[in-house]
Write a protein that binds this ligand. Structure first.
Ligand code: UGA
Length: 434
């Protein structure tokens, strides 16, 4: 099939490359010339495992190209809308400026029978509004939310857990077009769920709200465990064995960040207010508050571990990305902790295997070291805030101890072997963990 993918960020670039890899002819469109020219050379503008391999394959095969000109979307049968919907400046709701701009730019190139596929995360009701304009061209709009995780984006795009397609009353043909577009996944038994437009939009918001709630639930338990002298990681293991609960997303620590969960729960709650149902998701404000409290707690644990003040102390911060296998620092709890420690007068040195470039551009006031050992050298305290394998698995307590000035470590992801660190003479402090 001939396809256009509008918006080449974390979602669109991966989607374009993945669609080309399963045999479609794809043009990716983005206003940012630097991004499209990098992608056209097979270079990913962000860290995402396996993406460059797919990009190079696609570009070399001639099936994948990139452009800044919306006119290049003309002639495609399927147009995926994959632009960002960030939090509106000064508000909680989603900023739909890029969605509206992209659709306005695409309209003149749509032909009767074309299918426009919304993938961006939008407040419920957006699709119905856009469908009117799109319908006037004879094209059809369907909504097909994306559930990929950064760091696993290629895997999640090629082998999704499920495909959800929301369509309007006359959307049957468009749904079948999409079923064909995704036939590689559908033929292996991936559930293909057809809904109305509003349900498809809500599915995405509900999924992210549930995941955020699960993380904040375990972090609330971490607060209780800390007060009661219990261990939240053992608690998570124990409740996680119940298949109705499940162990995944019960990772406690400094909480969630990134370009999705935080802004999506706020936008979801804001939209619910507009619909007169704010109270139905009032708990999401609590989920957000618990999550933000974790960052405060991590900072205070470092202060406590350094006898009440971090002023003038050297603190090695392990991690800047909002999670491992990503260089994304949007709303990163890791960087937030680093910035706050620096605000308290600590001499903060941040290291990260992938995100230092982005972190340094956003927070030039912090010191950075590419090499983990250089960051650790002479530290009065070590704070682990992103659970990269480089820290979680590969750091030896004895060897690390020889580098630092004081054997003090705060494990903001509850991911280290506390017994091994303590045995090597470290003052180990987890978050709600013994
Ligand atoms: C999230 C969802 O998981 C995807 O399904 C969704 O498609 C995506 O948002 C989106 O809306 O685009 P992502 O933001 O890439 O994906 O990252 P996650 O792996 O969900 O992690 C989010 C945050 O939660 C990270 O900061 C991570 O460290 C934190 N987290 C995750 C925990 O604190 N504990 C856990 O147990 C799991």
């Amino acid at each position: 099939m001939r396809m256009s993918v509008i918006g080449c960020g974390y979602l669109g670039a991966v989607h374009a490359a993945a669609m080309a890899s399963i045999g479609h002819e794809v043009v990716g469109i983005d206003l940012d010339e630097r991004k499209t020219s990098a992608l056209a050379h097979g270079v990913a503008p962000f860290f995402e495992p396996r993406l460059e391999e797919l990009l190079r394959e696609g570009v070399d095969s001639g099936r994948l190209r990139f452009s800044t000109d919306m006119a290049d979307a003309a002639g495609a049968d399927v147009h995926f809308l994959a632009v960002g919907t960030p939090q509106a400046p000064g508000g909680q709701a989603a900023d739909l400026r890029f969605v509206d701009g992209a659709i306005a730019a695409l309209l003149p190139f749509l032909r009767p029978g074309d299918v426009v596929v919304g993938k961006s995360t939008v407040p419920v009701g957006t699709a119905a509004r856009l469908a009117e304009d799109i319908g006037s061209t004879g094209a059809e709009l369907v909504w097909n939310p994306e559930f990929l995780r950064e760091g696993w984006a290629v895997h999640d795009t090629l082998t999704p857990d499920r495909i959800v397609v929301g369509a309007g009353p006359r959307g049957e043909r468009a749904v079948e077009v999409l079923r064909t577009a995704y036939s590689a996944a559908v033929s292996t038994g991936t559930p293909f769920l057809v809904t109305d437009l509003a349900t498809a939009e809500l599915v995405k918001g509900a999924a992210n709200a549930f995941l955020a709630t699960k993380i904040s639930f375990i972090n609330a338990m971490a607060e209780i465990a800390e007060a009661a002298g219990a261990d939240v990681t053992l608690l998570a293991d124990a409740i996680g064995h119940d298949p109705r609960i499940g162990r995944r997303y019960l990772g406690s620590g400094i909480g969630f960040g990134g370009g999705c969960l935080p802004k999506d729960i706020r936008a979801f709650a804001a939209r619910a207010e507009e619909l007169g149902r704010g109270e139905s998701v009032g708990f999401l404000h609590e989920v957000d508050a618990i999550n933000l409290r974790r960052r405060d707690r991590a900072v205070s644990l470092v202060v406590e571990a350094l006898d009440g003040t971090v002023f003038g102390k050297r603190v090695a911060v392990l991690g800047a990305a909002f999670k491992p296998f990503s260089d994304d620092i949007r709303d990163s709890p890791a960087l937030d902790v680093a910035v706050r420690l620096r605000g308290l007068g600590a001499e903060v040195v941040v290291t990260d295997p992938a995100a230092i470039g982005n972190a340094a551009a956003a927070h030039p006031q912090l010191a950075y070291e590419l090499d983990r050992d250089d960051a650790l050298r002479g530290a009065d305290a070590v704070v682990l805030v992103t659970e990269w394998d480089e820290y979680r698995r590969e750091m030896d307590p004895e060897r690390t101890g020889a580098l630092v000035a004081r054997r003090v470590i705060v494990d903001g992801r509850n991911c280290l072997d506390s017994a091994a660190w303590r045995a090597a003479g470290w003052a180990y402090q987890g978050m709600g963990r013994l």
